[in-house]
Design a protein around this ligand. Structure first.
Ligand code: CU
Length: 511
């Protein structure tokens, strides 16, 4: 190991993890982040399900952003941020058609914002950088849930500080249910066989506090993975079939999900809801901001580990000394799992067909191109006073998004939208991109052609964001703004002094 660089920790840990289950051996192997794997496995914490207070279809939630101390590590406390608690936040459960009201109170000493990732909603409620919540203030967005059943999430979108605020722990899951999800024969008992799994990674200083120093070109890439806010998490299953709602809430890290015995699992939902049909996988990439719902069948009493395994070909990132190490080759464990008791009920076959197939109509759709390179999109960096794209219709659009870097990964997230990946070119990296998504991974050189369907809430004053969801990149300016207006309408120059309306960097043309 003498000749190996800072990649040693994860690569070494993975090699051992493949052979031996358990934290102690990993501890012995790691030289840089021993603390991350130390001690006995701890039970996977389940964030409380928050059903809100409901009157008919009107549902009221309250979120308080606050500081606290948490035991991310087993043997030391860490100062963290959380919603309604010291770290992370409750899982908000809502139903399609609900009229949602949320009071977000900022009990921090810092300004923040809260964005509802994946939600179609009016821009004024979207919680982007134009919606600061000052310390002591309460922000009260409201909207009607238009999304199909899906796993969404909420996190800050503070201008230049999104990464830091999420890293400190401001993140929570949202479960949207609808008549389709409730009728399907799938595990759906929250915390029992329907398990939220928020994946993050951190670095720690010797005193247990979060290391918040940005690594050059990598930002807050962590060396210590966590599941629902703790290291070395263990899940004791009580059923033979478990559904995991996996959210990558990390700043910069991509995971390649797999089980330690390379078993096949079923993918049932992408970012924006159910796949048309269940899909069998043995590995599944999940980039920052993305969600997948997977189902795994367990034998009574068996032990198996959910891992992240190194990406084949390093996700297309050159593996040499000149390129920052994005961790694409790392292998490590995420969650150890023990199967249920011998008398656990057997399950029947999973439903093969989940939802009626739907496709966006892209005939005559406007097409726009987005070239991502280092910290820019279309050679521009985020400007709060500049509208980059104006959408003056209620139809889908085709967005062609290219990662123009030959050595850096990116990904691409669009607010108020869901999309299908029509084409994926320019890379040998094979990604599973089925279903409706709102965030797509882009290995070096990759071009993704997206059919994007927007929520239609015309408002000339309030912009939505599109951006790289590697949060250091976003915070460095890899983000643009779009406004949805009525036909012929211009965006209002109300975004601040010097607002210039409609510089069409998106390059609209009919095709
Ligand atoms: Cu990026």
């Amino acid at each position: 190991m003498a000749a190996v660089d800072r990649r040693t920790f994860f690569k070494g840990a993975g090699a051992v993890a493949a052979a031996v289950v358990g934290a102690q051996v990993l501890t012995a192997c790691s030289s840089e982040s021993v603390r991350g794997y130390g001690g006995e496995p701890r039970a996977l914490p389940i964030p409380p399900a928050d059903l809100g207070s409901r009157e008919g279809t009107s549902v009221h939630f309250a979120l308080d952003a606050q500081t606290g101390e948490s035991q991310i590590l087993p043997d030391v406390t860490t100062e963290t941020w959380g919603f309604n608690g010291t770290h992370l936040g409750p899982t908000l459960v809502m139903k399609k058609g609900d009229d949602v009201h949320i009071d977000v109170t900022n009990n921090l000493d810092d300004m923040t914002t809260v964005h509802w990732h994946g939600m179609k909603l009016p821009a004024i409620a979207d919680g982007g950088p134009h919606s600061p919540i000052e310390p002591g203030q309460t922000w009260s967005p409201t909207w009607t849930v238009a999304n199909d059943a899906a796993t969404l999430w909420y996190h800050p979108h503070t201008h230049g500080l999104t990464g830091l605020h999420a890293y400190r722990g401001l993140a929570g899951m949202i479960i949207v249910e609808d008549e389709v999800s409730e009728a399907l024969d799938l595990p759906q008992e929250y915390g029992v066989d329907d398990i939220p799994l928020v994946l993050m990674d951190h670095r720690f200083l010797d005193d247990g506090s979060l290391d918040e120093e940005d690594l050059p070109d990598l930002g807050l890439l962590g060396d210590t993975p966590t599941a629902n806010g703790i290291t070395n998490a263990h899940f004791d299953a009580t059923t033979t079939r478990v559904r995991f709602r996996v959210l990558n809430g990390s700043n910069m890290r991509f995971y390649n999900l797999a089980f330690s015995d390379e078993r096949t699992f079923q993918v049932i939902a992408s970012d924006a809801g159910f796949l048309d049909q269940t899909a069998d996988r043995t590995t599944l990439a999940i980039g920052p901001g993305e969600r997948w719902e997977i189902v795994v069948d367990l034998e009574p009493g068996e032990d198996v580990t959910l891992e992240s395994v190194g990406f084949k070909n390093n996700y297309g990132v050159p593996d040499d000394e000149f390129v920052p190490d994005f961790g694409m080759g790392d292998s490590f464990q995420l969650l150890t799992i023990t199967g249920p008791a011998e008398d656990a009920a057997q399950t029947s076959a999973l439903p093969g067909v989940l939802v009626k197939s739907s496709e966006p109509d892209t005939i005559d759709a406007p097409e726009r191109t987005f070239i991502m390179n280092t910290f820019s999109i279309n050679d521009l960096q985020m400007d709060m006073q500049r509208v980059d794209v104006v959408i003056d219709h209620d139809q889908p659009e085709v967005w062609v998004v290219t990662n123009d870097n030959s050595d850096w990964p990116h990904n691409f997230h669009v607010h108020d939208a869901r999309f299908k990946v029509l084409k994926f070119e320019g890379t040998d990296v094979e990604l599973f991109n089925d279903g409706w998504k709102d965030t797509v991974g882009l290995p070096p050189g990759a071009t993704a052609t997206l059919a994007v369907e927007f929520g239609h809430y015309p408002d000339p004053q309030w912009p939505y964001m599109y951006h790289c969801h590697m949060l250091y990149h976003e915070d460095q300016g890899m983000m643009g703004q779009f406004v949805i207006v009525n036909p012929g309408e211009e965006p209002a120059a109300v975004l601040g002094a010097g607002a210039s309306s409609g510089s069409m960097a998106g390059g609209e043309h009919e095709h």
